[in-house]
Design a protein around this ligand. Sequence first.
Ligand code: MGD
Ligand code: MGD
Ligand code: SF4
Ligand code: MO
Length: 892
Amino acid sequence: MNVHAADPNPAPIATTCPYCGVGCGVLAQPDRMGGATIVGDPDHPSNFGRLCSKGSALGETLSLEGRLLHPEIDGERVSWEAALDAVAKGFRQTLETHGPKAIAIYLSGQLLTEDYYAANKLFKGFLGSANVDTNSRLCMSSSVAGHVRAFGSDTVPGTYRDLESADLLVFAGSNAAWCHPVLYQRMLAAKTERGAKIVVIDPRVSATAEEADLHLKIAGGTDVALFSGLLVHLADAGRIDAAYVQAHTMGFDDALARAREVAPSVAATARVCGVAEADIVAFFSLFAETERTVTLYSQGVNQSADGVDKVNAIINCHLATGRIGKAGMGPFSLTGQPNAMGGREVGGLANQLAAHMGFDANSIDKVGRFWNAPRMAEAPGLKAVDMFEAVARGEIRALWVMGTNPAASLPRAGAVAEALGRLDHFVVSENVASNDTLAAGAKIRLPAAAWGEKDGTVTNSERRISRQRPFLALPGEARPDWWAIAQVAKRLGHGEAFGWRTVGEVFREHAALSAFENDGARDFDIGALAALDTRDYDRLQPVQWPARKGRARTETRFFAKGGFFTADGRGRFVAVAAPQAPARPSSDFPLRLNTGRIRDQWHTMTRTGKSPRLSSHLPEPFLEISAVDAEKAGVVDGGFATVATAHGEATLRARVTPDAREGALFAAIHWTQETSSSGLIGALVHARVDPISGQPDAKSTPATVRPAKFKRQGFALSRGALDKPEGAWWATAAIPNGSGLLFATDGEILFDDVIPDLDPSDEVVEFADLRRGRQRAAVFRDGVLQACLFVGPERQESAWTYLRGRLGEPLNESETRGLLLAGRASAGASLGPLVCACHGVAKGVIEGAITAGACEPAAIGAATKAGTNCGSCLPEIRRMLAATRVAEAISA
Ligand SMILES: Nc1nc2c(c(=O)[nH]1)N[C@H]1C(S)=C(S)[C@@H](COP(=O)(O)OP(=O)(O)OC[C@H]3O[C@@H](n4cnc5c(=O)[nH]c(N)nc54)[C@H](O)[C@@H]3O)O[C@H]1N2
Ligand SMILES: Nc1nc2c(c(=O)[nH]1)N[C@H]1C(S)=C(S)[C@@H](COP(=O)(O)OP(=O)(O)OC[C@H]3O[C@@H](n4cnc5c(=O)[nH]c(N)nc54)[C@H](O)[C@@H]3O)O[C@H]1N2
Ligand code: SF4
Ligand SMILES: [Mo]
């Protein structure tokens, strides 16, 4: 695909958002200066033009700052030739000396299907190693295993339309309001229009829970008991679809018998789950009585020591009621990453071979013949956690990491980083020049094409394949990942099998494999796309699979009339085990650390961390804690807390909140050693995994908490770079026109410690009130704010909020004085944190609208624009409205 550089008025390029599995279509209009204007694609069936805050801010993340632009060996820039030779040599030597078990590749759901396909083919077909795993192990593998157990295949039965036509939406362990915002807004619209009900099952009051008709604030890890109780209730209430169960399934009686052991009564279920019986009854009756029910699940289900059982406990209830594959009904696994689904299609997991085939002799033979492969892997390889443990033991000696940051995102991240340092041969393909994994000792660094440059396909949560198209030229020497793989394959003697000239050729081969000797026994079949020519591929419109050759493309759902991908065509009920008792709280670690996401950041922030808008909502790493636990530990709201587990510690800003369940802590996963002094949460997480899927339980590490106190807190802003103050607590935050740093310390923070390059001609205005421990300084160049430093005994919140947007702006003298003396420019200037990231509306502006009489979100939207784009701030706006109502009621 050409980038239309010469066209004076090029049409916008239609591509797909690089973040979540909703897979929204975006239109990118390059500005020919390396940037682009981004809007939602009104014709894309995922989003019909909408984007969430992260999608809307994509244009702010395109700069080349911090990008890896040239291949490097041992920190020295080298040519691609030299780098590729070295990559190939390292793998060849390791293979020769230690065999295929000593090599591995660790991939990512953020790679394109074509990249993924090439990597999987090289390792599993040509190097004889199934040590190919992916961050999807941490993300979707429990869903995959649960699907395979129930359906005989990794199939998501339903579609997005079902979510809109359901009358009951059950969110189990999913904070879709923040993590799948556009899809969530589609569901909310249906709720408003058709009166659909929402039930949320989550140990904390997430943004999604706030909107729910019923929130079951269950104890973490008790979902199996809950859904077992539901199955019992459905049976006892005569709500089983006996005809469906009889005709299309196996194993109902055993599953029910087991469910009765796990959850014999409503009272027992309520006790295990730690919620009121009345709420359990309400949920069970809603489910029993609502035919059109969808159960959506994500990481609160998948990332558990019994994640696969959780998935099957949910699916059991849908099979039992025959509510699957029909309009408005079904279990629905929400995929996390933009191409989580595509990775599963190519066989990116160590226990899959390719194209939804496993390691049975028949499949090995089939794939081997299709690839004409000399050295097929014969058995599953190591799953992520085991893979990195094998690295630590020196059993894996050569590793290639592509498109993921395991030194931050794997459990026991500190141990992972250490293990990486022991590799003989450590290759990383990256977009960025610096992250925790590169810092762990990557010897060879390969610059990969990033979003906006890369070209290929991704598959979203509803099995819909969309194109990611380039709209920017490849910067520096960045190259697509599939190309780097093919080049290495060539150097290892497999030039013919990896001789693709274009990405479209890779896609065609992948599509052909999906249809190869597939007589309908495999769900994944996109044979209809195997003959696309380059033009067709470039123009490919979003298409849902299956897309079998010669078949009209109408099959958008699975299993309404059976037809499971098991040997006998029947779906399977699974007799689930009783929930594993969570590692018992010990006196050392009496609490549980739950981890997850916030609305405006993506994973380790390598992209969203560049956007000032996205950094304004929650700028610091934080810990949510209940009032009871906070009081016991002596932690105060707005102060600092150190959370510790058997594996590590982090010091975070404390948020004492009724949203947290007693005994449960919550921290976001986004901060790393790149962006904070002690906010890397992965280092605290235990490596307990589901025994079937190998997916880590990232939601309940035994933990303890203690207060952390600092004498001084503050921030620095600069139009240039900022140094990190040694020995201090700090976190970086993107701000407009410069860099921002929040810090806390017991020592002194001097201007020169953090703001390195002052110009002698700069005017420095200082203010110090040493008795009160206050110290402020601002630097002006021709009246324009260049840098500033604010330090005081307490949090400098309002000054931060006001000043983070003022760098590069002229400030008049009274403003300057006001800001240095009072920490803010003038009354009203500090409007509090940003609530609506899309339109940049601060809390104070919304409060103003409420005071002026706006009493519902629509009125606030009309007055301020807040909440009128992606809508993911609406829960917060509703909460503000409710707070005002309560305040009014009290004062009235
Ligand atoms: N803004 C944003 N969106 C994202 C991402 C991002 O980084 N940022 N990442 C994407 C990716 S890769 C993924 S995988 C998805 C994840 O999307 P989600 O799974 O929705 O997100 P999480 O915050 O990881 O976890 C969801 C909820 O599970 C709850 N939970 C914890 N333990 C339990 C339990 O035992 N039972 C139940 N029922 N609930 C529990 C948590 O309290 C949390 O609110 O988000 C995707 N979308
Ligand atoms: N405690 C805890 N840990 C978790 C989770 C949790 O909820 N709690 N969630 C888990 C889940 S669900 C996920 S998905 C993972 C995510 O964890 P990671 O995958 O480690 O996180 P990212 O920050 O997305 O890392 C992606 C990296 O790939 C680079 N990159 C992006 N696109 C490309 C590309 O096309 N090519 C190449 N070569 N590089 C690219 C980016 O610059 C970035 O450095 O975290 C997991 N870890
Ligand atoms: S919901 Fe947001 S993050 Fe997800 S694909 Fe759409 S725009 Fe991107
Ligand atoms: Mo994920």
